[in-house]
Design a protein around this ligand. Sequence first.
Ligand SMILES: Cc1cc2nc3c(=O)[nH]c(=O)nc-3n(C[C@H](O)[C@H](O)[C@H](O)COP(=O)(O)O)c2cc1C
Length: 203
Amino acid sequence: MSNINLAIIYYSSTGTNYKLAKWAEAGGQEAGATVKVLKVPELAPRSAIDANPAWKAHAEATGDIPEVTLDDLEWADAIIFSVPTRFGNMPAQMKQFLDTTGGLWFKGKLANKVVSAMSSAQNSHGGQEATILSIYTTMYHWGAIVAAPGYTDQVIFSAGGNPYGTSVSVDQDGNMVEEVEAAVKYQAKRTVTVAEWVKKANQ
Ligand SMILES: Cc1cc2nc3c(=O)[nH]c(=O)nc-3n(C[C@H](O)[C@H](O)[C@H](O)COP(=O)(O)O)c2cc1C
């Protein structure tokens, strides 16, 4: 049993990043962490969601997933983010949430959190790496410790070889193209392991 609290914070319109988050939850639990899966608040107008059947269905199916709060960030020793790309950047929903963390940052409460990130895009080179890096930019300002997977395990190669964090592309029907479940679980375990090292060193 690990003594690590892991928050998996995601945004998803059509379910891909929700699925990545759930795989990360399983990986974190296998590593012995206490895990919370949390979504960031939606900002899109109801009319936009209702106009897209896949978005509407996913929003309804995940209505019971709790929205992340600043208390969750304080609680977490480790955090995994998962977001779809929006023109090579994180979605506004995630950025808006991160922009509410100034008070915690000012009090030094975000320093030494161990973090990593995952992403998806329609195309195989549609901006996944840039999107993950956009999250890491904020993490460097937090003073967080980025535990990117690098090429530390064979599963990363079979998932497409993104060393920044697991990423996937989705076809026209919203199905994932690459097999990334094992890489997501590995990334979650590695994030928990690095958090254990950091926590132990600070005790
Ligand atoms: C406003 C917007 C911008 C997007 N930009 C890109 C892009 O630049 N490249 C790309 O491959 N896919 C792009 N996509 C597709 C999404 O990344 C894709 O639908 C998403 O990864 C699916 O994740 P989800 O099911 O968790 O919502 C964009 C989608 C939207 C709505």
